[in-house]
Ligand binder design. Structure first.
Ligand SMILES: N[C@@H](CCC(=O)N[C@@H](CS)C(=O)NCC(=O)O)C(=O)O
Length: 199
């Protein structure tokens, strides 16, 4: 399988999941400013949505949307237990977190990524802060769903790492800072970071 990614972007989440699952991916770097792959191909012809992540399956089909991609990858290696079993309450907790991270945290960062007005950016920083306050308050174990790693942790780790890039101090969230260190001690996370040139 092939993963279209941009270093440190939300595509890092499925990349981490693949490494944790022991799935070897062919990686294709995308320049998101130019919407071109490293070989110069027009990325919008590959994904008309124009964004990463895109997972290309062995048969050539394309799967997009991070939360769907991470669950698909987890299901390729059920023995790794990267996602709770379908139909259990834990499964719906996973969906609850993936949806929260996607729609409330990830998207709250968007004004910070583009050249928006200062006022808009200040508002985004406040909203992002409140979203992480909620996660910090809920965080009672080593990982989001409990004591074991799940695909939601890969996504949380990715969006948490964006704070530093935006010069937003993270000491307000000590449990999440400890979580980041716990994640960075995992060989799967280290491999993904190395492969994206982030280490
Ligand atoms: N809904 C999509 C959002 C993906 C997304 O926002 N990707 C960003 C990187 S984190 C991107 O590629 N942006 C480039 C663009 O929109 O042109 C998902 O969850 O996968």
């Amino acid at each position: 399988m092939k993963l279209y990614y941009s270093p440190g972007a939300c595509s890092l989440s499925p990349h981490i999941v693949a490494c944790e699952a022991g799935i070897d991916l062919e990686l294709v770097k995308v320049d998101l400013g130019e919407h071109r792959t490293e070989s110069g191909a027009d990325f919008t012809e590959i994904n008309p949505k124009g964004y990463v992540p895109v997972l290309q399956l062995e048969g050539g089909e394309l799967l997009t949307e991070g939360p769907a991609v991470v669950q698909f990858l987890a299901e390729q290696k059920p023995e790794r237990e990267l996602a709770p079993e379908y139909g259990t309450l834990a499964h719906y907790r996973l969906l609850e977190w993936l949806n929260y991270i996607s729609t409330e945290v990830h998207k709250a960062f968007v004004p910070l990524f583009w050249n928006g007005a200062d006022e808009e950016k200040a508002r985004a920083r406040k909203i992002v802060g409140r979203r992480f306050d909620f996660i910090e308050a809920q965080f009672g174990h080593d990982y989001l769903l409990g004591d074991g790693f799940s695909v939601a942790d890969a996504y949380l780790y990715t969006v948490f790492s964006w704070l530093e890039k935006q010069n937003i101090p993270t000491d307000r969230w000590p449990k999440l800072e400890a979580f980041r260190k716990r994640m960075e001690a995992r060989p799967g996370v280290q491999r993904a970071l190395r492969e994206e040139g982030l280490q």
